[in-house]
Every structure is written in structure tokens, then in C-alpha cells.
Design a protein around this ligand. Structure first.
Ligand code: ADP
Ligand code: MG
Length: 782
């Protein structure tokens, strides 16, 4: 989009004149006078001076001091006033879409919408001929670099929130360090909260540091052990984890008894301490306590929660707990629409309660917050080498994050931070976050590097990152790319690899989507890929496990957990299409243990996928999931299974059915019962020995096995290795889709095969060769 946009036709002199006019505007002056109160303003000259003399400058400052909104404007104004405004083109990267949009909106307002400010996020951009300051996500810049754009017209790149250490952020710094060598005029500014900034200084060969003095007011900490006696809260939940040992609890008990804490409070604190889950009643109670205390000054209450579902649960809990009419409750997270987001900043005469994710930690500032409630948890991706899968897990925050959260309370006046954890728990929190690149699988980043730098050795390149990943992790990633057919055995990028790297989803699911498009079974494959990227569609409450699994069994189909979920999703969607009321659908979901939230998430993701596939040119513009031409084969179950296998290969296991399993007779009087025999299934992974089917798999309901092979999405190690999300696959699916599949646009052919032998489907029907291939590969008798 940036390349098609029109260029500013004004000369530097005209730009300067326009800016001088703006400076005379009363609204601008008013804005400016409030901007000038920010600490960033005191550092303005020093900043410009450093930037003048250096190509890279590192800036640190407390959140809210004006780094994001002011520094890019300082650069722009100074270029304009030096009469080189026409060369100004400043990119400011943001780690999240939400902050890119909201910060752009703020800066644009500070410049009285003069058109100099724009934003670009994936799939959406707002910029015009006069745009000189572009706020965009890190991903957008990486994609520009990846598509061969050398950013020669960019004068400055400001990288914000570098302390977050996301894979993308680290990767961008790696790229920028290279780009500085080939782009002679480029200047780079790194902005960071006051965490570990020395790392960045060293990485850029001793770049100068600018520290913006902070202004913070004192914040009073109220820990869990102070809080519970104050509010006399008695948690009812008793879901314990084993995080705190008996000795720790006893020591806590003794210590607090000595301090005069009553037994009931101590046991309440311990319940909260040991619970695996957030206690939303407690959070609501804390907020109620804050807003009903007549001594408390009215102001914003900012609650930090780990994720969107928790925000939803928390606002639900508050709705019943808070006295009516006294407080406005707002959610704040990265998936909100612009309007929903803006509401958070609006002035209100009531108490303003904001339930937020960590987006409110550093990137978004809400001015009137006096009270912070910190639940102490965050969701982060963790890489499980066992399954070679990444998943989101809830973890304690680091102390660095805790300090950030706390700091949000003392921005404009003295504040309070209510911590839902004990002092002891805080002492055990990690110090700084582990850089993401050290804890996630690397296939996706490796493929991106390969796409961007086809001639380069990916491993050697990644070794130059701030924290180089482990060699074993990079090798494992490369093996996955080979198996996927994203790279060939000579280490070259394949066309398939190029395509799937552009899809914003797990690479295996990306491949599945591409295959689903080519084989014209788009609708079901969209749902399957979306379901595998979402939380479980069926809920299984601990106390109703049997009922839940019976409910799921009613949707069982085709010997596949995935097609079963598809069936349930389609049933719900059809109810909506048939004009059933919202409440009827909700009742149906509840009755059948289907999560309405997951239904919604899947629908959203399906649309995202459609958008990406359209961008890639795989499907025509204005396609919908149900466009007939894309769904010729959408009722062909075997083909869908084959496409699933094509994506998930080589996650295949061979089932060893017990002899007695032949006597399946479990269907009686319309209800399906679990067969004891079926529970004895033994699976043998094609690669790693013995594995077991997850007890909740629908495959226990399969009466007639037509092939001894199952493909699965996840492998979990608990007492044994369990496979989740399994699908029985027909032999032909293995035959055709097992092994790397390369889509060769030039030849228009499809290639299937294993690592050491490739066969062109073009040569079909040389079935004999394929059969031999399969025999050798799987060691089976056909
Ligand atoms: P930093 O990047 O250093 O954390 P920012 O530049 O984001 O700080 O914010 C500086 C100040 O600008 C904030 O303290 C706040 O007062 C103000 N501000 C930022 N965004 C908005 C907004 N959307 N509406 C009103 N004020 C805002
Ligand atoms: Mg900022």
C-alpha cells in the first residue's frame, strides 16, 4: 500500500510554511502546552543533538514520559524546520496492532489532524500523500523488508518497546543492524522502558544512551496478606496446585500468626496463593472495596489480567459485585475495535474500572489511574520440545513487569497497587522476562529468514541475534521445514514455503489451508485450522466429565476428533443461519458442552484466514468460506482427512488394535458407550515409540477401523505420551500426502514423496511405485 500511495508534491519550503501555520493554530498551541509538561520535552534538545551525531540512539524513560508520542514528532519538526521536510519519512514500530492505531490517533490529534501521521497494520492502513510519521507493527516492517523493500526512502526508524524482547522485535533489530550497513543515511532510535537497556547499547556497538528523567509519585503496595484481612474475603474455590510446599505454607502460617493475623484470614490467603486459577470474586471484591471507601479519591482503577477470557470473566464478576451506577467498566486488550478502545480514554464522572491485559503495562497510558490491581499472571508462549508445539500458558509475571504495572498507579498523583500475590511469591518471581526467541520453536522465524534472505545460511544469521538461539533448536526447526516441504533437501526455499510463511498461523495449519484451497474443500478446512488454533471447542468440567464426553459423542463422526468439532461448529452455525434466536443457540451450546466463546473465536479466525488467502492470491477477491467454486469437495470426508494429513505429516501413529477389538458392539439403544476394549488401543508413533490416545478422543467410539493409521495435532507428556486431536486416516491419504508436498506453480504439478525419493504426481498412475514407496516408508502389508 505504501508504494502505491501518492507522494507529497510540496517542497520543503512549502512544508515548512504549512507547519508554521499549524504552529499558529490555537488548538495546536493548546495541545502543545500540555505536551510541553511531559518529561520528554526537557530532553528534546539533547535527543536531537545525539541523533544528529549518531546513527543509533537508545532512549529509556519511565512509561508515560512521552517517548512514543513526542520523540518521533521532535525528529519530524526538526527536519521540517531545517528545511528538509520533504526528505522526512519516519517509521515508528509498535509491538501490537492496538498500540499502533491508538498512538497514531493520539499523535495525529496532537498535530490537529494535519495529515502528517498515519498507521499501517496487517490488512489495514491509513496514510496519505502528506504522511511523514508512520506508526506500524513490527510485523509490517519485517514484511516490507521481506518483500525486498530496502527502505531507501525512510529517513528514521524508531523501534519502540524494545525491552519486550519478542521474536519479531529481536529479529527487526538484527535486520536493522544489517540495514545500517547498506542504507547510508538511515537513523535508528531504540526506545525502551527502564529495563536492561545495556543489552541494546552493546548490540549496536556502544550507541549513546539518553535517559529521560521520570516523574512518578509514591505508590503504596498492598499485598495479598494485607488485603485479605482488610476486605474479610473468604474464597470458596479450592482448586489447589502444588506450587507452594507444605513447609512454605507452615512457615507462612507461623509468621503471620505471630503478626496477629487471624486463622480464617491466613487460610483464605493460602487458598488464593495455592489456587491455580484467578479468583475473579476476589478481584471484584477488591475493586468494590476501593470504590466504596469514602476516604478514597475518585479515579481510574486498572486491573491487570492475563488474557481476554479472563477479562470477560472478571467484568462479569464485577457486574454483580459492584454497586450499580457508580462505576463504568471497560475491557482493554489488543483485539478491540478502535471505538471500543477510545472509550477507555474518555472522561467519565463515575469511577472508571479498566480490565486490561499487559497492553496497559507499557504501550498504552490512561491518565487518571490511581489504583492498580495486579493479578500477577501473564500468558506467554512456551515451547514444549516434547511435542515441538508452542502453547499459551499462564505464568507468574516477572518482577520487571510487576514494577511496570505498579508504576501505572503513580503517574499523576500518589497511587495504590493491590497485588493479588504475597511478598514471598513476589520474591520468587523471575527478574526479567526470558527473551521469546529462547523459549519458542524456531521454524516460523527460520522460514521468515529464509524467505527474506534466500542466499544466506539461516542458522548463521540467527546466531547474530541479541540472544542467539540454541543450535539444537535451530536444527529441529530446520528438520520441520524439510518435513513440511517448505525447504527442499538442498536447503532451498520451495514455493510452498514462500506461501505458508505469509500466512499468520502455525506453519502446519498454513499448509493445510493451502491444500484445502487447492483441493477445493475450503470451508471445512478453514474450520479445522481455526479450531486447532483456538481453545477447545468442547468444555469438560471436572465434575461433569462423563456428561460432557457423552455430549461430544453425539457429534462423533468419521473417526476424527477434528471432524467431530467441525460437525459441532457447523451445527451451531446452521442454527444461526436458520434464524434460531441467540438465546436458543446459547442454550444449545450449554446443553452440549460447547463453548460459545470458542465458536466465536473460530468464526473470527476463519475470516482472518480468508483475508490472508485472498492477499496471497490463492482465492479470488470477495470470496466467502462457502463460495461454491472453493468447496466442490467439501463433503468428501476422505479428501478432507487427506488434506489434514498433508498439513500435519509426519505426526502419524500406527494403531495396534487388540484382537478382541474386532467384536465391536457398543451401540445400544441410541447411546454410545465407551468400550473397555477400545481403551486398550496402543499407538505406535511412526518415529518415537509408544504413545496413547487421549482419553477424551472420539476415536474410542470408532466401531470399524478402516486403516490402522491416525494423524494427530498434539502430543502431550503426562503420565504417558498422549495424542490429542486425532483422526483416522485412509491409506490413500498417506499414500498421496505423506511426505513433503511441494506446490510448483511453474510446472503446475504436485510432488509427493519422502526425504530420499520424490515422485511426481504427474507420473500418475504409476501406482506400483507409490505402493512400494509406502511399504518401505511404513513397513506395512497392503
Ligand atoms: P511513553 O511512550 O514514554 O510511555 P507516551 O508517549 O505513550 O509515553 O505518552 C505520553 C503522555 O501522553 C501520557 O502520559 C499521556 O498523558 C498522554 N497520552 C498518550 N496517549 C494519549 C491518549 N490517547 N489520549 C490522551 N492522552 C494521551
Ligand atoms: Mg511508549
Amino acid at each position: 500500500t505504501s508504494r502505491n500511495r501518492q507522494h507529497d508534491s510540496r517542497t520543503s519550503t512549502q512544508i515548512k510554511q504549512d507547519f508554521e501555520d499549524l504552529c499558529r493554530d490555537n488548538k495546536y498551541k493548546e495541545m502543545l502546552s500540555s505536551r510541553q509538561k511531559l518529561p520528554a520535552f526537557t530532553a528534546r534538545d539533547e535527543f536531537l543533538n545525539l541523533l544528529d551525531k549518531n546513527r543509533v540512539v537508545v532512549v529509556v524513560g519511565e512509561t508515560g514520559c512521552g517517548k512514543t508520542t513526542q520523540l518521533p514528532q521532535f525528529i519530524l519538526d526538526s527536519l521540517i524546520m531545517s528545511n528538509v521536510g520533504s526528505t522526512a519519512s519516519i517509521i515508528v514500530t509498535q509491538p501490537r496492532r492496538l498500540s499502533a492505531i491508538s498512538v497514531a490517533a493520539r499523535v495525529s490529534a496532537e498535530r490537529i489532524e494535519d495529515g502528517s501521521v498515519g498507521y499501517a497494520i496487517r490488512g489495514e492502513s491509513k496514510q496519505g500523500a502528506n504522511t511523514k510519521l508512520l506508526f506500524c507493527t513490527t510485523g509490517v516492517v519485517l514484511r516490507r523488508l521481506g518483500s525486498g523493500d530496502s527502505l531507501e526512502h525512510i529517513s528514521h526508524i524508531v523501534v519502540d518497546e524494545v525491552h519486550e524482547r519478542s521474536v519479531d522485535g529481536d529479529f527487526l533489530l538484527l535486520e536493522l543492524r544489517e540495514l545500517l550497513k547498506t542504507h547510508p543515511t538511515l537513523k535508528v532510535v531504540l526506545m525502551s522502558a527502564t529495563i536492561n537497556h545495556q543489552t541494546f547499547i552493546d548490540y549496536f556497538g556502544g550507541a549513546p544512551l539518553l535517559t529521560i528523567p521520570g516523574f512518578t509519585h509514591p505508590v503504596t503496595d498492598i499485598y495479598l496478606e494485607d488485603l485479605i484481612p482488610q476486605i474479610k474475603y473468604r474464597p470458596s474455590a479450592s482448586r489447589y496446585s502444588r506450587k507452594e510446599s507444605a513447609e512454605v505454607l507452615q512457615a507462612f502460617r507461623d509468621e503471620h500468626k505471630a503478626k496477629g493475623l487471624d486463622d480464617a484470614s491466613i487460610s483464605a490467603i493460602q487458598t488464593v496463593m495455592r489456587s491455580d486459577r484467578l479468583d475473579f470474586q476476589l478481584i471484584a471484591e477488591v475493586v468494590r472495596h476501593i470504590i466504596t471507601d469514602p476516604n478514597n479519591k475518585r479515579g481510574g482503577v486498572l486491573i491487570f489480567l492475563p488474557g481476554v477470557p479472563e477479562i470477560r470473566q472478571c467484568t462479569d464478576a464485577m457486574r454483580t459485585a459492584l454497586p450499580g451506577g457508580q462505576a463504568d467498566v471497560f475491557p482493554l486488550h489488543a483485539n478491540l475495535s478502535n471505538d471500543e478502545q477510545r472509550r477507555v480514554f474518555a472522561k467519565t464522572s463515575k469511577w472508571k474500572v479498566i480490565a486490561a491485559t499487559n497492553v496497559a503495562e507499557t504501550s498504552i497510558t490512561i491518565d487518571d489511574v490511581i489504583y492498580v490491581v495486579d493479578a500477577g499472571k501473564v500468558k506467554e508462549t512456551q515451547y514444549d520440545p516434547e511435542t515441538s508445539m508452542s502453547r499459551l500458558v499462564e505464568a507468574y509475571i516477572t518482577r520487571a513487569a510487576g514494577r511496570q504495572r505498579r508504576g501505572r498507579a503513580g503517574r499523576t498523583q500518589p497511587g495504590f497497587c493491590y497485588k493479588l500475590y504475597t511478598r514471598k511469591q513476589e520474591a520468587n518471581m523471575g527478574n526479567f522476562p526470558v527473551p521469546e526467541i529462547l523459549r519458542v520453536p524456531l521454524e516460523s522465524i527460520s522460514l521468515t529468514v529464509k524467505v527474506m534472505r534466500e542466499e544466506e545460511d539461516v542458522k548463521l544469521f540467527l546466531m547474530r541475534a541479541i540472544d542467539p538461539p540454541k543450535v539444537a533448536a535451530m536444527e529441529a526447526a530446520w528438520a520441520v521445514l524439510e518435513e513440511l516441504g517448505a525447504v527442499d533437501l538442498d536447503g532451498k526455499l520451495t514455493p510452498l514455503g514462500r506461501h505458508i510463511s505469509a500466512l499468520p498461523v502455525d506453519l502446519r495449519l498454513a499448509k493445510m489451508l493451502v491444500l484445502g484451497t487447492i483441493f477445493q474443500c475450503l470451508d471445512p478446512v478453514l474450520t479445522i485450522a481455526a479450531a486447532l488454533s483456538s481453545k477447545s471447542l468442547f468444555v469438560s468440567p471436572v465434575d461433569k466429565r462423563d456428561e460432557a464426553s457423552q455430549a461430544r459423542a453425539r457429534f462423533a463422526t468419521a473417526g476424527s476428533d477434528l471432524l467431530t468439532d467441525l460437525n459441532a461448529y457447523d451445527t451451531c452455525i446452521k442454527m444461526r443461519a436458520d434464524g434460531k434466536s441467540q438465546s436458543a443457540i446459547r442454550a444449545f451450546c450449554e446443553e452440549n458442552f460447547i463453548s460459545a466463546n470458542t465458536i466465536r473465536d473460530i468464526t473470527t479466525l476463519r475470516n482472518d484466514f480468508i483475508g490472508s488467502l485472498t492477499d496471497l492470491g490463492f482465492i479470488p477477491l470477495h470470496s466467502t468460506p462457502s463460495t461454491p467454486a472453493l468447496n466442490t469437495n467439501s463433503t468428501n470426508t476422505n479428501l478432507i482427512k487427506a488434506v489434514v494429513l498433508g498439513g500435519l505429516w509426519p505426526r502419524v501413529a500406527r494403531v495396534h488394535l487388540p484382537k478382541s477389538a474386532i467384536k465391536f458392539d457398543r451401540v445400544s439403544a441410541g447411546t454410545v458407550q465407551r468400550s473397555n476394549i477400545a481403551k486398550e488401543f496402543k499407538m505406535f508413533d511412526l518415529r518415537e515409540g509408544r504413545v496413547f490416545l487421549h482419553p477424551q478422543s472420539i476415536l474410542f467410539e470408532v466401531a470399524q477401523w478402516r486403516s490402522p493409521f491416525v494423524v494427530y495435532f498434539q502430543k502431550h507428556m503426562t503420565s504417558k505420551v498422549f495424542l490429542r486431536d486425532a483422526t483416522e486416516v485412509p491409506l490413500y491419504a498417506l499414500l498421496l500426502f505423506g511426505g513433503p508436498v511441494a506446490i510448483n506453480h511453474v510446472g503446475g504439478g504436485l510432488i509427493v514423496g519422502t526425504k530420499d525419493s520424490w515422485i511426481r504426481l504427474r507420473a500418475w498412475p504409476r501406482i506400483g511405485v507409490l505402493v512400494n514407496q509406502l511399504r518401505r516408508l511404513l513397513d506395512i502389508q497392503l
